[in-house]
Design a protein around this ligand. Structure first.
Ligand code: APR
Length: 263
């Protein structure tokens, strides 16, 4: 691990524009189960069908009624999201951002824990559980602004139907999020792959696009993934243990080595 930490910190210190691609693994130590592998939600329930979004569009009122009943099969999982707090890995990424060593986070997580840890430069490719989004105009609103008495809730701008901002299976990724992911992926010269099985697209393709563009890859994951062999440094351990150690090394060596200014 020491050697891998040294290698990873050298790569990050030498990089001009570092982006982190983050998955469910980073929030495991916040009490949120991953989706796949040991203790995974889909390992338990089975991978969901790809028609979640079509079902929503077909009958939004029925979808909301079931979601608010607390009886749907995800209610236990959603409860873990309610109780979760950021862990040392989320804080380590926020500190790397403050040190100017991390320029953007692309997260597949809907849990809002990056923001709660102080992170700012974030794209949520699968949306945010604390927001609603209009299926007609794409406008987003904080969930807390809605009493959810009117089902389905309606957009304050165009009166369109509101759904959760989180991306349902079968739903296209919102354009603004996809554009932002593409922008930072093509701009980076270093990408950190943190707690993702790298099996769900389009997110799983970003490291490949980045590597093709010459970026160096650093993986943080207790287990091997399909992208491990593409990485120049691999840190095999839990994110909440590994990332603070990595930041400690970077903090010692920190100093802007010709880094690009934030956009
Ligand atoms: N620290 C770091 N990584 C961890 C930890 C940990 N403590 N615990 C588990 N992992 C790793 C696992 O080894 C696995 O590779 O995190 C990864 C989690 O993989 P998935 O559960 O597949 O999560 P993710 O890659 O984020 O899934 C992508 O799939 O179901 C959809 O929308 C959902 O955003 C999700 C997407």
């Amino acid at each position: 691990m020491e050697q891998a930490l040294e290698q990873a910190s050298r790569i990050i210190a030498a990089a001009k524009y570092t982006v982190a691609l983050v998955g469910a693994g980073i929030s495991v130590e916040s009490g949120i189960p991953p989706f796949r592998g040991p203790g995974g939600l889909w390992t338990k329930l089975g991978e969901p069908a790809m028609d979640g979004y079509q079902k929503f569009i077909a009958d939004p009122a029925a979808w909301w009624t079931e979601r608010l009943s607390g009886q749907d099969e995800l209610s236990e999982f959603l409860k873990t999201l309610d109780d979760a707090k950021p862990n040392a890995a989320h804080y380590a990424l926020a500190e790397m951002e403050q040190l100017g060593l991390l320029h953007h986070v692309i997260t597949q997580n809907i849990d809002n824990l990056h923001q709660e840890a102080g992170g700012r430069e974030i794209t949520e490719i699968h949306g945010n559980r604390l927001k609603l989004r209009c299926v007609a105009c794409g406008a987003r609103f904080p969930l807390r602004e809605f009493a959810l008495e009117e089902i389905p809730p309606r957009c304050h701008e165009c009166h369109g139907v509101l759904k959760t901002d989180t991306v349902l299976f079968g739903e296209p990724i919102p354009r603004d999020a996809l554009w932002s992911c593409d922008y930072h992926t093509r701009r980076c010269d270093c990408m950190l792959l943190i707690g993702t099985s790298a099996t769900v697209y389009p997110a799983a393709e970003f490291p490949i696009i980045a590597a093709r563009g010459g970026a160096r890859l650093v993986e943080v994951n207790p287990l091997e993934t399909p992208l491990s062999e593409l990485c120049q440094a691999v840190l095999r351990g839990p994110a909440a243990e590994v990332l603070p150690k990595l930041v400690e090394r970077l903090r010692e060596g920190a100093g802007p080595a010709g880094r690009e200014e934030k956009p």
